[in-house]
Design a protein around this ligand. Structure first.
Ligand SMILES: NC(=O)c1ccc[n+]([C@@H]2O[C@H](COP(=O)([O-])OP(=O)(O)OC[C@H]3O[C@@H](n4cnc5c(N)ncnc54)[C@H](OP(=O)(O)O)[C@@H]3O)[C@@H](O)[C@H]2O)c1
Length: 318
């Protein structure tokens, strides 16, 4: 597994990271047992993945803790905490105080069974929440860092609602963040200009989420999303087969599947360090890691994708 340096953190990380959230949550959303999910994390580590992303909200920190018990020092742990009081509207203003935030972060550490989290993010921050986060929670993150409980400060966006990265565009004007996580995929590559240019300039570690999600892993979802974009005049329908609009991605000489093309698209985008893959299936994991290890998509395919979806900033592919 290829490694890269995660921006200014200096951490050496695998270019593929295991995402323990998303729709699958290591298969917990599909009824997997704890042991089955632990086996997915172990399979990723055995395949050379050293970057593991989880969060309080996913219910998978304990699983990760079990899986890394014997190899804590060989992995980079990324975890997160939301910014509103548990049980309240994620997009609302019922914020955790700095003291509550620090107290809850201790629970992340306990669930993970570790004394330090390498990257600790404010999780899924909306644009309307950023000012509070900057004022009240950045000092809390610094306090945790001074105590040695976290090593680097991270920030993730709420991509399903914030498809054009309004929050990160503001946050990247500050100098607080060592690492950010952004939504990026071949249907909505808008982070290329609004996020990745800035992260490269500031040498900020950059994690990619939503490489695949539903729209690029389920054929019916792909058709629905593309039809919607065509109907709204965002994308030219005459350049695609209406019954199989993304079929050109799995033609000979391009990629073996749409999922493979989707991961390769993200992996080779300048400015991306770690592409997260979220799965509860060891078969999907093996396929996805192989895809992330493959070369860039052909230039003609990239050009077609740019012509089709290059201007899209209104969907996440969720
Ligand atoms: N705001 C935030 O902070 C935020 C939000 C969302 C996600 N994230 C992070 O980003 C990570 C990546 O996002 P994601 O989990 O949505 O990942 P993703 O890789 O874009 O999509 C994963 C989804 O596709 C399915 N899938 C994966 N490989 C497949 C394959 N080869 N064939 C068919 N289906 C496949 C998975 O289900 P199976 O289990 O069936 O494989 C899962 O439902 C998350 O796990 C989480 O760590 C963060």
């Amino acid at each position: 597994m290829e490694r890269t340096t995660l921006g200014r953190t200096g951490l050496s990380v695998s270019v593929a990271g295991l995402g323990c959230g998303g729709h699958s949550r290591l298969g917990q959303s599909h009824g997997h047992s704890t042991q089955q999910s632990v086996a997915v994390v172990r399979a990723a580590i055995d395949a050379g993945v050293n970057f593991i992303d989880t969060a309080a909200a996913y219910g998978t920190e304990g699983i990760v803790g079990q899986a890394i018990r014997d190899c804590r020092d060989q992995v980079v742990i990324s975890s997160k905490l939301g910014v509103v009081k548990p049980g309240t509207n994620h997009l609302g203003q019922d914020f955790l105080s700095a003291a509550e935030f620090v107290q809850l972060a201790e629970q992340n550490l306990r669930r993970l069974g570790t004394d330090r989290i390498d990257i600790f993010h404010l999780h899924g921050v909306a644009h309307s929440q950023y000012a509070y986060c900057e004022r009240e929670l950045v000092p809390a993150l610094h306090k945790l860092r001074e105590q040695g409980k976290i090593r680097f400060l991270g920030l993730t966006e709420r991509f399903v609602q914030d498809t054009d990265h309004r929050m990160l565009r503001q946050a990247l004007q500050d100098d607080h963040w060592d690492v950010v996580m952004t939504g990026f995929n071949l249907l909505n590559p808008s982070a290329r200009y609004s996020v990745l240019k800035q992260t490269q300039k500031k040498n900020i570690g950059t994690l990619i989420m939503f490489a695949v999600r539903r729209a690029l892993s389920q054929p019916d979802a792909a058709i629905a999303v593309v039809q919607d974009l065509v109907a709204n005049g965002m994308v030219r329908g005459d350049l695609m087969d209406p019954e199989n609009p993304l079929g050109f991605l799995s033609e000979p000489g391009v990629a073996d599947s749409i999922v493979e093309a989707a991961y390769r698209f993200c992996r080779h985008e300048p400015g991306t360090h770690v592409v997260l893959t979220g799965t509860g299936s060891t078969e999907h994991l093996a396929e996805n890691l192989a895809a992330i290890g493959k070369p860039k998509l052909p230039e003609a395919t990239l050009m077609l994708l740019q012509n089709l979806f290059g201007q899209v900033d209104s969907i996440s592919g969720n």
